[in-house]
Design a protein around this ligand. Structure first.
Ligand code: ATP
Ligand code: MG
Length: 567
């Protein structure tokens, strides 16, 4: 690739819209829409589309972005999904104001549009079943075969369509098709089905309808009815654009929105299709749509992601015309960057190792001053209790330290953050198992605050908590959902489950955290010094049994990747 483009101020869609405004198109209006199908929870890919559509509306004076539920498939949709979608969009920081719409509200209008197509000889009722229609469709290299029902009279079509609506026919026995061109090189133009019979109640229209319009017919007309100016969708709809335009042209509607396609977001080490996410939920492979390992907005929120970090991520990846795979490390980098600014620092020990300071007075407790956020002095300081018995991290001690291990070891001195230098003088082991039970150390009272008056240095600073003051907590550490960066490499895409990471969740139940976390609110976020950013779980955490989700570790792989790219 020739040189990397650094964060363009704009993208090709914004350029098109700016040109349209300059040319005085659409009476100077910009109306976009986000059109989810309420058949699952939103994922980070949807966030890209939300940021684009709502973002463009916000950037243009008088711009509006509609939220429209594309609810034309009654069998897969549920009200619960619509609720979650609205909550997620709001949480991301966007607002559709009064512009909430449902494609199902247009069912009557859409029916009338279909009747008009029939009257104009542009649509016909076809009695072929789904298999037969498929067989007649032809291939990319061969034209399709015309349906024997293609030449039905307008009167007969009107009569049959009306009776389809009246419920006289069984599911799948008949469809309404647009009469376009069975020899078109574009398969979507080979007399596509625009209505099907489905005797299934709809979560909003109940039993009123037993025929439902297909996506391609519904979408363009919904856009038109709402006066959308720019209909932004992902690249897989590029081949559907001729059909989008055909329907609107044939019906000669007043408003003909411009469809513009952009590349979908793909992220490494995860899946991003509602169908696959649903499969994980239904088969119990994750704990629900909001499992913190999921690429869903609700999963990311529960994991501790901020709306700002997701919006910033969407801005950085930009909008382009070519499909690509974005590195998960970039998303992690964005949340780290945001939490670095806003998350208070605290100390917590994931795998505790007891330390007794032999020369520290038995009943003394000192309240030591700790800085809440070195990045933001305005966040102030807090007091952390220090006493004779502490916990440090097991991995911060080695009885036999290898080269370059600078943390605690027998005879060695290290600094305890905000406290003192301590030196390890003894290691106590379980006689039977040989496991280390506790360490004995001495402290140097002269080093209070973390420096020695004689100028001697230590090579490591450890986090710690006071044993009697600390609170027990559970920590959930997450890893990628998949072991493969790009599961579509697999021959069988359906087999993405073969790539599931069996170690994507590690639960630590015996953690100890500093007492300031006693009243930590669900959803609040912290940096555990040296360990990463953590968020109080919003479902399983209670005052007496705190649960922390690790949002992200402190190791920034993206910064490394970026540095390597610059070289
Ligand atoms: P999925 O394949 O995950 O089910 P979808 O496209 O079927 O996604 P919809 O509810 O139909 O889901 O999508 C609503 C909008 O979000 C559409 O305009 C779609 O183009 C957009 N969208 C969905 N996935 C992505 C993605 N990965 N990147 C960008 N936009 C997306
Ligand atoms: Mg869809």
């Amino acid at each position: 690739m020739a040189g990397t483009v650094s964060r363009p101020a704009t993208d090709f869609i914004r350029s098109i819209i700016a040109e349209d405004l300059k040319a005085g198109k659409n009476q100077g209006r910009v109306v976009t829409r986000f059109p989810p199908e309420p058949n699952g929870f939103l994922h980070i890919g949807h966030a890209k589309s939300i940021c684009l559509n709502f973002g463009i509306a916000a950037e243009n004076e008088g711009g509006i972005c509609h939220l429209r539920f594309d609810d034309t498939n009654p069998s897969k949709e549920e009200a619960e999904y619509a609720e979650s979608i609205m909550a997620d969009i709001r949480w991301l920081g966007f607002d559709w104001a009064d512009h909430l719409y449902y494609a199902s509200d247009y069912f009557e209008k859409l029916y009338q549009y279909a009747v008009r197509l029939i009257k104009d000889g542009k649509a016909y009722v076809c009695d072929l079943n789904a298999d037969e229609i498929r067989e007649c469709r032809g291939t990319l290299t061969e034209p399709g075969k015309e349906s024997p029902f293609r030449t039905r009279s307008v009167e007969e079509n009107l009569d049959l369509f009306e009776r389809m609506r009246a419920g006289e026919y069984e599911d799948g026995s008949r469809v309404l098709r647009a009469k376009i061109d069975m020899a078109s090189p574009n398969m979507n133009m080979r007399d596509p089905v625009i209505y099907r019979i489905l005797h299934v109640p709809h979560h909003r229209t109940g039993d009123k309808w037993c025929i439902y319009p297909m996506y391609d017919f519904t979408h363009c007309l919904s856009d038109s009815i709402e006066g959308i100016t720019h209909s932004l969708c992902s690249l897989e709809f590029e081949d559907h654009r001729p059909l989008y335009d055909w329907v609107l042209d044939e019906l000669n509607v007043d408003c003909h929105p411009q469809q513009i396609e952009f590349a979908r977001l793909n992220l490494t080490y995860t899946v991003m299709s509602k169908r696959k996410l649903l499969e994980l939920v239904e088969q119990g492979l994750v704990k629900g749509w909001d499992d913190p390992r999921m690429s869903t907005i609700s999963g990311l929120r529960r994991r501790g992601y901020t709306p700002e970090s997701i919006r910033n991520f969407c801005e950085r990846i930009g909008v382009a015309k070519r499909d690509s795979m974005v590195d998960m490390a970039l998303l992690e980098h964005c949340v780290r960057e945001d939490l670095n600014k806003r998350a208070p620092r605290v100390m917590g020990v994931l795998r505790p190792l007891k330390v007794v300071i032999d020369n520290y007075p038995e009943d003394l407790v000192e309240e030591l001053e700790a800085i809440n956020n070195p990045e933001d002095p305005g966040m102030g300081t807090r007091k952390v209790p220090f006493s004779r018995v502490l916990y440090i991290e097991q991995e911060d001690f080695r009885e036999d330290p290898p080269k370059k291990f600078f943390r605690l070891a027998p005879g060695r001195e290290v600094r305890l953050r905000y406290a003192y230098f301590i030196r390890c003088v003894d290691v106590v082991k379980d006689e039977q198992t040989g496991e280390i039970v506790e360490l004995h150390c001495t402290y140097d009272p002269e080093t209070k605050g973390g420096s020695a008056p004689d100028g001697r240095k230590v090579k490591a600073t450890l986090h710690w908590v006071s044993a009697p003051h600390s609170i027990r907590a559970e920590a959930r550490l997450y890893d990628h959902l998949l072991v493969k960066a790009d599961p579509s490499d697999e021959k069988d895409d359906a087999d993405f489950k073969a790539c599931l990471n069996s170690n994507s969740l590690e639960v630590l139940k015996t953690c100890r955290v500093e007492p300031s976390l006693k009243n930590a609110e669900p959803g609040s976020r912290y940096q555990f010094e040296r360990l990463g950013y953590f968020c109080v779980d919003s479902v399983d955490s209670f005052e007496e049994s705190l649960v922390f989700n690790r949002t992200v570790s402190l190791r920034d792989t993206w910064a490394r990747i970026e540095k390597a790219l610059k070289k």
